[in-house]
Design a protein around this ligand. Structure first.
Ligand SMILES: Cc1cc2nc3c(=O)[nH]c(=O)nc-3n(C[C@H](O)[C@H](O)[C@H](O)COP(=O)(O)OP(=O)(O)OC[C@H]3O[C@@H](n4cnc5c(N)ncnc54)[C@H](O)[C@@H]3O)c2cc1C
Length: 404
């Protein structure tokens, strides 16, 4: 097993600095513009593809790091650049994780490259679980997939909501119920290829933060996909359903497995936002003078900064631990993946709010970035499992009690 180490390797430092350069030179200069435009920032995604950050090769090599740290390093830098742009670049990896987690090697080889397209023809991908009446409770999905044996096709009907890249993606991975009586154990994931009739975008949401990332409803009306689009294949699904009907315990469910694997990645983005706000507020507090001295000379301000630094660093340590545990295939007996996401997201909300306080009135206006970072930070306590759900997961893991 690869040892846990806080000393970064030369390769990790190279990747971190390369992504940081992209954040400084490409993301930061246009972050405010894309927040205001609230549109998909195709030129930024294209630039990320051109330099190699938005590519299967990059994600595959980052994920191949046996220590697990390269990916979280890169994500922290991208979110430090801008969380909305980061999500626009990273949203496709949710679908990628869904395919990797549930598909056969042949399906992964066919569909994962299609999630990204090529630098000359960039594509994005979407992963759709959430529904209007099934958010935290993913066992109650209403989207139905029914097998049409005569044509070897699946017919999917339902509405997905809050879907990152929903309706604009070349590949939609959709989680649907094939046997509602079995709850989450009766669900399966399907690839919906680009241009499939019956899939359309519903409303596009106007958001508080991460506004450069597209979020919309996905409506599926008699959407037919070939049998090979069922991730994992029909035989595996039939076996899974038979086990569930017999009441045999299984280790998990498709959607939850995907979210669990991505939690330290979500946490690392929150760390990036917190670090951006901390650094900005520190510089500002040294410059800003009131009552004849720099405001940092007041303990009330300096102690805030001490606390912001401590929370950001503590969050990063939890993220690195969870990323290392995931890469080294250790069981999350203490809910360590959830701990990392929960602590980092709440730290980011706290740190960005304190940054606004340190900037005073300047923190509250759009001429300065800290109000945007605060708006951006809030989503991290909601998506991929709310803070309350993370606490449930941790409480159940440490107690063995099915806490509700
Ligand atoms: C910008 C954005 C992007 C998103 N991207 C995607 C995406 O790409 N794909 C996707 O599938 N989904 C996506 N989501 C959906 C997101 O994962 C859900 O919003 C989230 O899971 C919460 O579901 P909900 O909004 O229905 O809230 P609800 O589940 O209705 O929760 C409402 C409140 O009740 C609390 N609550 C619920 N159950 C419990 C309980 N048992 N105990 C204690 N408290 C509880 C919650 O913590 C929350 O505070 C996205 C959401 C947003 C806003």
């Amino acid at each position: 097993m690869t040892d846990f180490s806080l000393a970064l390797s030369e390769d990790q430092i190279t990747v971190r600095d390369w992504v940081h350069g992209f954040a400084v030179n490409v993301m930061r200069p246009v972050a405010q513009e894309w927040d205001e435009r609230e549109e998909t920032p195709w030129p930024v995604i294209e630039e990320a593809a051109k330099v190699g950050i938005y590519s299967l090769d990059f994600f595959a090599s980052a994920l191949a790091d046996p220590s697990g740290i390269t990916m979280v390093l890169a994500l922290e830098e991208l979110a430090w650049g801008d969380a909305g742009l980061c999500m626009a670049i990273m949203g496709s990896t949710l679908a990628m994780a869904g395919i990797m987690g549930n598909g056969t090697p042949e399906q992964a080889a066919e569909w994962i490259p299609a999630c990204f397209g090529t630098p000359d023809d960039v594509k994005v991908a979407a992963f759709g679980v959430s529904e209007p009446d099934a958010g935290s409770d993913v066992s109650s999905l209403r989207t139905r997939a029914i097998y049409d044996e005569a044509h070897d096709e699946w017919v999917i009907n339902g509405t997905k909501t809050w879907i990152t890249n929903g309706g604009i993606a070349a590949v939609h991975v959709i989680v649907a119920s094939v046997d509602p009586a079995l709850g989450s154990r009766g669900q399966a994931s399907f690839v919906i290829p680009e241009g499939t009739p019956g899939l359309r975008m519903g409303q596009k949401f106007k958001k508080m933060g991460i506004r450069a990332s597209h979020t919309a409803e996905v409506v599926l009306e008699d959407c037919r996909v070939p049998g090979r689009c069922l991730l994992g294949g029909k035989d595996q699904l039939d076996e899974k359903l038979a086990r569930a009907r017999e009441g045999v315990k299984t280790s998990g469910q498709a959607a939850m497995a995907t979210f669990e694997a991505t939690r330290p990645y979500v946490g690392s983005q929150a760390v990036g936002i917190a670090r951006a706000a901390y650094e900005y507020a520190l510089d500002y507090a040294k410059e800003r003078r009131q009552f004849g001295k720099a405001i940092i000379e007041n303990q009330a301000i300096a102690f805030k900064l001490a606390d912001m630094k401590m929370r950001t660093d503590a969050a990063r340590l939890l993220v690195w631990r969870a990323a290392w545990m995931a890469a080294t295939h250790q069981p999350f007996l203490g809910g360590e993946g959830s701990q990392s996401k929960l602590f980092a997201s709440e730290a980011a909300v706290h740190v960005t709010e304190e940054a606004i306080q340190i900037l005073g009135g300047y923190g509250y206006v759009r001429d300065y970035p800290v109000e945007r970072w605060h708006r951006d930070s809030k989503i991290y306590t909601i998506f991929e499992g709310t803070s309350e759900i993370q606490r449930l997961i941790i409480a159940r893991a440490i107690s063995g009690v099915h806490v509700r």
